[in-house]
Design a protein around this ligand. Structure first.
Ligand SMILES: *[C@@H]1O[C@H](CO)[C@@H](O)[C@H](O)[C@H]1NC(C)=O
Ligand SMILES: *[C@@H]1O[C@H](CO)[C@@H](O)[C@H](O)[C@H]1NC(C)=O
Ligand SMILES: *[C@@H]1O[C@H](CO)[C@@H](O)[C@H](O)[C@H]1NC(C)=O
Ligand SMILES: *[C@@H]1O[C@H](CO)[C@@H](O)[C@H](O)[C@H]1NC(C)=O
Ligand SMILES: *[C@@H]1O[C@H](CO)[C@@H](O)[C@H](O)[C@H]1NC(C)=O
Ligand SMILES: *[C@@H]1O[C@H](CO)[C@@H](O)[C@H](O)[C@H]1NC(C)=O
Ligand SMILES: *[C@@H]1O[C@H](CO)[C@@H](O)[C@H](O)[C@H]1NC(C)=O
Ligand SMILES: *[C@@H]1O[C@H](CO)[C@@H](O)[C@H](O)[C@H]1NC(C)=O
Ligand SMILES: *[C@@H]1O[C@H](CO)[C@@H](O)[C@H](O)[C@H]1NC(C)=O
Length: 773
């Protein structure tokens, strides 16, 4: 294991706005902040604690100001300014699991659409059709959700604490008194607020839980916002906003800033505090870029989440926005609940009307413009507006400095969406040249509404684009208009899995199926900063609620549901909650057809894990797959860590635990996870995996029978095919055998469902033949 693997950590927000420049691997060898990870906080013998204290005091003797963070509640270690040499030498010390640089680098992405700003983020959203007061979950006392993000705008109406009971007596967190933030900004909804800044001495510091970006406020209100009526985005998507678990409390940990990004050292400090504070669910809408694939022991989220889960905290993370590339999922450790993003049934429509026949072309985009509704404006294809000396290949995409102002002025301009510029950048180009409006042809952005302010702008599909271009070609004086945006619901099909959502299979670790679940992450309306004048369309007040997209928006939907499940079943551990969420997921859309990707292909578990999250199913799953500490220890053994390293990582090793004699990556398939992934499948040998179910229902229907949906070419047998539960909390096991007569040509998928006539407990599986897939 290379202790000095470069680790890049950022919220996609930062990559998109390109505040930081790439410094790359060189950073790893320089002096800087390193994270020294020393496993669990206290061992039975206390020796680890001694190692920690010794190491720190010897370091501080030499360098008094070196310490950045000291981790001691949930786990042991510290972040400090070290030379590469010191880092190497500390890595050799007893009790040290890993030492790795605390880098915040730029994500190098070719995709810079605006929604990607909100990398890993999601919601509850306003719903015009819901009779919210009739939903029982409103009356739950809820749980405590910790949010690691960009902070909070506490004055938002979504964080009012009307009707909330007193702060739970076990709560040990604090509300910071800081710049722009008073202790009085906390209430019975926001019960904690802390801020972390890692200091590498080179950047501006803003040490406050106050959100200056919006992402954290959006995410927090999605997870646990109070009910607020009459919320909209300038009249669009109007309805009642409320979080996934409106009865839950929020504990805010600000770990990201626009200057510093999201530092691993800050994230670990927040985990360390959250564990001691007493949160019950942690929501992280952030992660490493997918190309990094950090080792588990060099990944702050994997490390922090491991210890949080050991303390019975459910950790929910976004899967990343690097889809649809295969294998792009991040935050894929088996103790994390990993969330993909889906669309909802609300559209933001801004349609184009063409010519005398008033042909309507459907467009997507949010603009608050108000031009004439009849097609009276000349429309032109940007390709034919290239300025002297510039190739039409430049101008057709409406790139900056490519079009002739005299031609553009007073016209609606049609642009192709090739090249590096985002829809809003192109809108600005056309606007600045005196254009009247812009129609972008782009299949990807068509799915995710861009925000265009008050300028008439919309995005259409390439299929419709061909129609528009051929109309322009067919007449001497082509004319059009762009209609104001409306937000119709019951858009079909929904949900679909959006293209940007990161995809499985997981490569670290192999043999765990990821992502786990999908939730709404496209065009989500939730709370925002109160004073974001930069986001305000011309002549409008800053938005109090904003519409953004990302797996960041999907994650807190699931965090909210996890909190509701926890509040109804206080004895359930994180794995029971995760199982309940996964086994009750749905796989059909609002056309009663299988859920697809936004390109129309049937969604596979690599797209959406167990499926689209259900808000009611997880409250009563019937049976759950509990993943025990022993499962996680076995996982670490199979993954390749030796028992001495595992002993340092966790202090919960039961007496007598040793790594199984046969340890292989393939055996990871055997840990008691609610889904099954098998890689390196060999048709000659076949494969067997075991699973154990635990009865959690009050029902006396005791017999569950299995049904199997196996893909062509794969034989799947389950033994036994009936399970009987006669006691509360009783466990029953079964074995699944996979075999085939011919080699698999591609990855195949299916599912296994246990049912007692009332509950359906469904697990997806994925089988791939080549290792590394
Ligand atoms: C909401 O409640 C009202 C009054 O009970 C009822 O008339 C209406 O149909 C309900 N709407 C929905 C969407 O259930
Ligand atoms: C914090 O309290 C001070 C003193 O009461 C007040 O002037 C300030 O506006 C408050 N700040 C916030 C962010 O509420
Ligand atoms: C986690 O929850 C289980 C079940 O409620 C309990 O037995 C265990 O002691 C808890 N562990 C911690 C660290 O709180
Ligand atoms: C526009 O681009 C085309 C194709 O490259 C070129 O032939 C034409 O001269 C360009 N127009 C102007 C005004 O430069
Ligand atoms: C427009 O018409 C010209 C000439 O007839 C043709 O070459 C071109 O391909 C047409 N373009 C489109 C987009 O239909
Ligand atoms: C918004 O409010 C914060 C906190 O008071 C302040 O620091 C920031 O400058 C304000 N931003 C704008 C755009 O006014
Ligand atoms: C366990 O692995 C660590 C890290 O690779 C190594 O330093 C250590 O010597 C190993 N211990 C044993 C007992 O093999
Ligand atoms: C799986 O279950 C079978 C049948 O109950 C049992 O023989 C086998 O030892 C189990 N394997 C593992 C790895 O637990
Ligand atoms: C399952 O456990 C519940 C309690 O969790 C118990 O009430 C119920 O009777 C059990 N079911 C069976 C069939 O034993």
């Amino acid at each position: 294991m290379n202790a000095l693997i470069t680790f890049i950590f950022s919220l996609s927000f930062f990559s998109a706005v390109s505040l930081l420049t790439e410094t790359g691997a060189a950073a790893a060898e320089k002096d800087g902040v390193y994270i020294v990870y020393m496993g669990a906080a206290a061992s039975r013998k206390g020796s680890l604690k001694d190692d920690h204290a010794q190491l720190l005091s010897s370091l501080l003797k030499r360098k008094t100001n070196a310490l950045v963070h000291n981790y001691k509640h949930g786990f042991s270690g510290f972040a400090a300014v070290l030379s590469a040499e010191e880092a190497h030498s500390i890595a050799e010390r007893p009790g040290v699991v890993s030492v790795f640089p605390d880098s915040v680098l730029e994500l190098h992405t070719t995709r810079s659409w605006d929604f990607l700003k909100y990398q890993t983020s999601v919601v509850i959203d306003s719903n015009p059709n819901s009779n919210s007061s009739s939903t029982t979950s409103d009356h739950d006392s809820g749980a405590i959700i910790g949010v690691l993000d960009t902070g909070i705008w506490p004055e938002s109406e979504s964080f009012n604490d009307k009707d909330m009971g007193p702060i739970p007596p076990g709560w040990k967190g604090t509300c910071a008194q800081a710049q722009d933030f008073n202790t009085s900004n906390c209430n019975r909804k926001i019960i904690g607020a802390r801020s972390y800044e890692a200091d590498d001495s080179s950047v501006i510091k803003y040490h406050s839980p106050r959100d200056m970006i919006g992402h954290g406020t959006h995410v927090a209100s999605t997870a646990a916002g109070s009910e607020v009526q009459g919320v909209s985005y300038y009249g669009l998507a109007e309805g009642t906003a409320k979080g996934g678990s409106p009865g839950s409390r929020l504990a805010i940990y600000r770990v990201c800033s626009s200057h510093n990004g999201c530092r691993g050292s800050s994230i670990l400090a927040a985990f360390d505090d959250a564990i001691a504070d007493g949160v019950e669910v942690l929501s992280l809408s952030l992660g490493a870029p997918s190309f990094l694939k950090p080792e588990l022991t060099n990944d702050p989220i994997a490390i922090g989440a491991f210890h949080a889960v050991q303390h019975n905290i459910t950790v929910v993370c976004s899967a990343g926005n690097d889809g649809p590339t295969r294998g792009s999922v991040v935050n894929a450790a088996p103790w994390i609940l990993t969330v993909a993003a889906s669309t909802i049934d609300r559209d933001f429509e801004s349609n184009v009307v063409l010519g005398e026949d008033k042909v309507i072309i459907k467009g997507e985009g949010i603009n608050l413009a108000n031009i004439q509704k009849s097609p009276v404006y000349p429309i032109i294809y940007a390709k034919s507006a290239n300025k002297t000396g510039v190739d039409e290949d430049e101008s057709r995409s409406c790139n900056p400095d490519s079009m002739d102002q005299e031609i553009i002025k007073g016209k609606i301009v049609v642009c192709d969406q090739d090249g590096p510029y985002s829809p809003t950048e192109k809108k600005d180009v056309v606007k600045n040249l005196g254009g009247i409006g812009v129609v972008l042809i782009d299949d990807e952005s068509r799915a995710v509404a861009s925000t265009f302010g008050t300028f008439p702008a919309t995005v259409i599909s390439s299929k419709d684009g061909a129609k528009v271009l051929s109309y322009i070609n067919s007449t001497k004086n082509p004319a059009a208009t762009i209609l104001p945006t409306t937000s119709p619901t019951e858009y079909k099909p929904a949900p679909t899995i959006t293209y940007f959502s990161s995809r499985g299979p997981s490569t670290i670790p192999k043999n765990i199926l990821k992502p786990d679940i999908a939730a709404p992450g496209v065009n989500i309306l939730a709370a925002w900063l109160g004073n974001d004048t930069a986001e305000a369309p011309e002549g409008k007040d800053p938005p109090q609620y904003n519409v953004i997209s990302g797996t960041s928006m999907a994650c807190p939907h699931v965090s909210g549901i996890a909190a509701t499940v926890k509040s109804r079943n206080s004895k359930w551990g994180p794995s029971a909650i995760r199982s309940a969420i996964m086994t009750t997921a749905t796989q059909t859309n609002n056309l009663k057809a299988p859920i697809t990707t936004d390109k129309g292909a049937a969604a596979t578990p690599y797209d959406f894990g167990a499926g689209e999250v259900s808000t009611t199913g997880p409250l009563e799953p019937g049976l759950v797959y509990e993943t025990t500490t022993i499962d996680y220890l076995n996982f670490l053994c199979y993954y390749g860590y030796n028992i001495s390293t595992i002993q340092i990582i966790t202090n919960t090793i039961p007496d007598g635990f040793t790594c199984p004699e046969e340890s292989s990556i393939d055996l990871i398939s055997n840990i008691n996870y609610p889904s099954i992934a098998i890689s390196n499948f060999n048709e000659k040998a076949g494969r067997k995996v075991n699973r154990t179910l635990t009865n959690v229902s009050k029902d006396d229907k005791t017999v569950y029978t299995v049904s199997i949906d196996a893909p062509a070419g794969l034989d799947v047998q389950v033994v036994p095919d009936k399970l009987q539960f006669t006691n509360n909390g009783q466990k029953s096991s079964y074995q699944v055998s996979f075999s085939s007569t011919n080699p698999l040509k591609k990855d195949v998928f299916g599912f296994i469902t246990w049912s007692n006539g009332k509950y359906k407990v469904r697990s997806p599986f994925a089988v791939s033949s080549k290792s590394g897939n």
